[in-house]
Write a protein that binds this ligand. Structure first.
Ligand code: SF4
Ligand code: SF4
Length: 185
């Protein structure tokens, strides 16, 4: 087991930032482990979600923001539902992902590429254009055969259109992206 010297690496600003952005009191976590027990991705995580909670309490910014788990999290909210202290753990994981982006930690680059491709597609078409998203993701990552084995199952069911869907409110969706970009300047 790795030993962390928290007196050396404790970052109080990190704890305050996570609490302010998530609107959660991380000190309420008493390490019961319920969130980890219910998390469907514990088998794939490098740090289980209850240990992430502990590391946040201990102000371990580097360790938390550079872990793979926050990118693998599926936002299923099982952890939130199971927490006896009503901590919205899934929201906290979301905040940690945003912080990791902001501070340039990129433990699983393909997830970031997928999210960026997804949002670009929504910005352009008003909703996701699945075929375009797949093409953009594969081109940027070089993962040309990702999930192609599913095509024979979904194509006959009309789940993958070769053209973007025309939807109402497309301009309004684009304006949301414009407003967000203006706020970031
Ligand atoms: S939201 Fe994320 S951390 Fe929580 S249970 Fe689901 S996958 Fe696990
Ligand atoms: S379920 Fe809640 S109290 Fe228990 S370890 Fe997870 S976050 Fe902490």
């Amino acid at each position: 087991m790795e030993v962390i010297n928290i007196t050396k690496s404790y970052d109080p600003d990190f704890v305050a930032e996570v609490e302010a952005e998530s609107e959660q009191n991380v000190r309420l976590c008493y390490q019961c482990g319920n969130c980890t027990a219910g998390c469907p991705y514990t088998f794939a995580y490098d740090i289980p979600v209850s240990q992430i909670m502990r590391l946040v309490q201990a102000g371990q910014k580097e360790k938390v923001l550079s872990c793979r788990s926050i990118w693998i999290c599926a936002t299923c909210e099982s952890c939130t539902t199971r927490c006896p202290n009503d901590i919205d753990v899934a929201r906290l994981m979301d905040v940690l992902r945003h912080m990791a982006r902001r501070y340039n930690y990129n433990a699983v680059p393909t997830v970031r590429t997928f999210v960026d491709s997804f949002l670009n597609s929504v910005e352009k078409h008003g909703r996701v254009f699945e075929m375009g998203l797949m093409a953009a993701y594969m081109t940027k990552t070089g993962r040309f055969w990702t999930d192609t084995d599913l095509s024979p199952k979904v194509l006959p069911k009309g789940k993958l259109s070769f053209k973007p869907h025309r939807i109402q409110g497309r301009d309004e969706v684009a304006k949301i992206f414009e407003r967000y970009k203006e706020q970031q300047r």
